[in-house]
Write a protein that binds this ligand. Sequence first.
Ligand code: DUR
Length: 153
Amino acid sequence: MTGRNALIDAARGAMRHAYAPYSQFAVGAAVELIDGTVFLGSNMENASYGLSLCAEAVAIASASTAGKMADICTIAVVGGGGDPIVPCGRCRQLIAEVQAVAGRPVAVHCSASSGQDVRSFMLDALLPHAFGPAALAPAHEPRHTSDPSTGNL
Ligand SMILES: O=c1ccn([C@H]2C[C@H](O)[C@@H](CO)O2)c(=O)[nH]1
């Protein structure tokens, strides 16, 4: 996949599979790797409300489950009417972890569910001065159970 608009379109497609019966607010996300591979996500709500999963979290977890978290370079998110959606605070923190593991800046493209307007940000602009693994004392730094660059044990 190449280009911002193609990734936005992929996120818009994923949005169609959102499970959002409580908020009626469907969101889709698409995560792109450096080799062009794309992983999708959509929000998945829950009767307990607070356990609902955001589209970005689902897409990031899907890439991570394939052993590709370190290869993520771009994230697109689509949802809402009016202005382009922007990731919630929790998702910004999740993207910060991706960026720390990937070791390169992550771009975030945002669009509304209808309309062509796209707003693009670098994660550092969405979450300046982010808390991350580098802040942890050595004893608490992440010790990977798999190689983040290969996903292999
Ligand atoms: O960036 C966002 C913001 C919200 N939501 C979801 C959570 C909930 O299911 C619904 C309304 O907040 O939208 C996302 O998936 N991503």
